[in-house]
Design a protein around this ligand. Structure first.
Ligand code: SF4
Length: 394
């Protein structure tokens, strides 16, 4: 039976972070209509049920926004309905909720456990007050670790922490750049709490965000590329020494603790997207796939769902060649790389057109790509260049 995963988006946060380009809107907790939103997602699920009925459900991920703000009872209703709709549910189904430290304490972690959640991903982001303030986060330096410890104390079996490195805070006249040593120390401090997984991302400045606008006007302090690369290597060294496997460019796990849901994205498993702004990708028998995005406006999304109308705002068909390029792009971010020949066969396309073969041979001679039995991998020393290497293989 073909596998599928489910992603549920919760679109509200207590405050909008200046670097964030996710579908998220600031809203006070008390003015969120938790039940109405859950019922909208349930309506949408009923419409999309045929996509789940023939499939084995591999994982469920509640992302956002800040889904730890959602009343766990309502989140649990959605989770139960997803499981009941799938033809079968994988053993040890991974169910993750993204959490912000400002909306996660021991009691909330227990409620989420009772709702069927077994993995929490906590947005720690940093352990320095000035930097957290610059990033617009609501918690203080000890808030992230306190939330992680609360989750572990509550007995959540798998806990992950997110960190952002490569941040220059302050202003353009007196930037204060986070150095590699600081980035590594923060990763190590987080690892020592007992988390099984750490995601470490460099800060990216996206157009359309407040940071994007400041940067356009030359008013945002930016970390130097070399410093960011040094931080990447310092974090890698610290976490590797602490027993974590660097299994994806931005992700580290203790053995067996890899984020199975995210590995699903990187290895091309279909995903059903539910909720305001959610994206889904569902393959078709001819090797193409439908990619859709739901309405980004929460009111419009809920209105459509409750009226029994489609919640989709955009959709496109991905042809098999496009899907293969996406598999290369995402798969090459993994330590295990991508089995190009297997992926191409499954999609019914040719793995090695002449131009790709020539590029792969050159990259291989340069030591930036390894090719073994049809599987492509990028040696970890070249991971910082992964996106460019992947793009050259298109
Ligand atoms: S908490 Fe996360 S989703 Fe919400 S605004 Fe900040 S970065 Fe975006």
């Amino acid at each position: 039976m073909k596998p599928i995963t489910a992603y549920v988006h919760f679109p509200w946060c207590l405050q909008k972070c200046p670097y964030c380009d996710f579908v998220s809107y600031a809203k006070p907790r008390e003015s969120i209509d938790h039940r109405r939103y859950a019922e909208a997602v349930l309506e949408e699920l009923a419409r999309r049920a045929p996509e789940l009925r023939q499939r084995e459900l591999r994982s469920v991920f509640f992302g956002g926004g800040t889904p730890s703000l959602w009343e766990p009872v309502q989140l649990g209703r959605v989770l139960d309905a997803i499981q009941q709709t799938a033809a079968s549910v994988a053993p040890h189904l991974e169910v993750t909720v993204e959490c912000n430290p400002s909306s996660l304490d021991e009691e909330r972690a227990r409620e989420l456990l009772e709702a069927g959640v077994n993995r929490l991903s906590v947005g720690v982001q940093g352990l320095d007050n000035e930097r957290l303030d610059f990033l617009g986060r609501l918690h203080q330096a000890d808030g992230g670790l306190t939330a992680v410890r609360a989750a572990l104390r509550a007995g959540v079996p798998r806990v992950s922490g997110d960190l952002i490195y490569g941040v220059a805070s302050g202003d353009t006249t007196r930037p204060r750049e986070q150095g590699p040593e600081e980035a590594a120390n923060e990763a190590l401090t987080l690892a020592r709490t007992g988390v099984g997984h750490v995601s470490a991302y460099s800060l990216t400045i996206e157009a359309g965000t407040r940071f994007g606008e400041l940067s356009r006007r030359g008013r945002l302090p930016l970390a130097a590329d070399d410093g960011v690369a040094d931080s990447f290597l310092a974090v890698e060294a610290a976490l590797t020494q602490a027993g974590f496997l660097h299994y994806e460019v931005s992700n580290y796990a203790r053995p067996g603790e890899e984020a199975r849901h995210n590995v699903g994205y990187w290895t091309g498993i279909d995903y059903l997207g539910l909720g305001c702004g959610a994206v889904g990708t569902v393959s078709r028998p001819d090797g193409s796939a439908l990619r859709y995005r739901n309405a980004k406006n929460p009111e419009r999304y809920m209105h459509a769902a409750h009226a029994g109308e489609p919640t989709t705002e955009e959709e496109e068909t991905l042809d098999p060649e496009t899907r293969l390029r996406e598999r290369i792009m995402l798969g090459l971010r993994l330590r295990d790389g991508v089995d190009l020949e297997e992926a191409a066969t499954a999609l019914g396309v040719h793995a090695w057109p002449a131009a790709r073969q020539r590029t792969a041979d050159r990259l291989s001679r340069e030591g930036r790509l390894e090719i073994r039995n049809g599987r492509l991998t990028i040696p970890s020393r070249s991971w910082l260049l992964a996106d460019g290497i992947a793009a050259s293989l298109f």
